[in-house]
Design a protein around this ligand. Sequence first.
Ligand SMILES: NC(=O)c1ccc[n+]([C@@H]2O[C@H](COP(=O)([O-])OP(=O)(O)OC[C@H]3O[C@@H](n4cnc5c(N)ncnc54)[C@H](OP(=O)(O)O)[C@@H]3O)[C@@H](O)[C@H]2O)c1
Length: 300
Amino acid sequence: MVSLGYRLRASVPATGPEYQTRRFEARALAPSEGQELPIGSKAQMDLNIRGRVALVAGASAGLGEAVALALAREGVRLAVAARRIDRLEAVAARAKQLGAADARGFSLDLTDPASIAAMLDGVRSAFGDVDIVVLNGGGPKPGRFTDLTIDDWDGAYRLLLRSMLVLLDALVPAMRANGWGRIVALTSTSVKQPMETLALSNVFRTALVSALRTLADQVARDGVTVNSIATGRVDTDRLRSLYGDDQAKMREAGAGVPIGRVAQPEEFAPLVAFLCGQAASYVTGQTISIDGGLTRGLFG
Ligand SMILES: NC(=O)c1ccc[n+]([C@@H]2O[C@H](COP(=O)([O-])OP(=O)(O)OC[C@H]3O[C@@H](n4cnc5c(N)ncnc54)[C@H](OP(=O)(O)O)[C@@H]3O)[C@@H](O)[C@H]2O)c1
């Protein structure tokens, strides 16, 4: 169950059609003064996705791994995909311990269309139709606009945009036919506030968000929701590769965030899991920041 820091209890049975009204009683778990709520400890909300098939791309580490494990706690049948199969096997084993109905790793290189097709074949033959997909993978090469070559732009297009369009092309028809689906893309604050040294991210992640916003309207009446996350600074291999792998650099990266520190992946995952759940049935077409207040726009 997802951790939200407060208790929620459904007043209707946890089954039934998408449009069934659900009412919840919420009680704040206010920590006593000076006492902090431990991250990820108060798991109280049932997202009603037990047994659903969830595919998380880029799940061998970092944000994808954390999201996969959050979904595992909800009892999904979990497919985790990336290039490092040994790490995926470890994530799948942990997912089963946490409550996944099943969990398996699938080899995937997002830059290779044949690899995407083989991964999808494997997932479908193991689990059937995918109900939930988390679109995620490696970040692009850093660089200012004028530092980049046309090959860099081509490569980032294949990694960040084309790969996700291929996944959507393959997965959306079954979601629509089944009348239920959840699509969540992990992007970056660069889609709201371009970053000078991440030009490839600025361009292709914005294109992906725009594609998803367009898709959201088309599939909304089929029970399929489509949302994006604008990710701030989270302590993962990717952040360390951009900011350097020492504590001083991490503190520096955190100092620029209103919350005053970078996030841990476990703080990032619960909202993504929530968007994958039944409870988020009326949230679609959104790009939601998880960034500790980093994006300064009024609607950031
Ligand atoms: N962490 C942050 O602060 C932050 C902020 C904004 C945006 N983001 C973006 O969010 C995404 C996830 O970031 P992260 O921090 O979790 O990074 P990470 O710890 O480096 O993890 C990246 C994941 O993507 C997989 N991956 C990389 N290239 C792939 C490929 N060609 N095909 C399939 N899988 C691939 C990696 O697994 P394998 O190596 O096993 O393939 C790994 O599982 C990235 O796009 C990153 O740029 C991160």
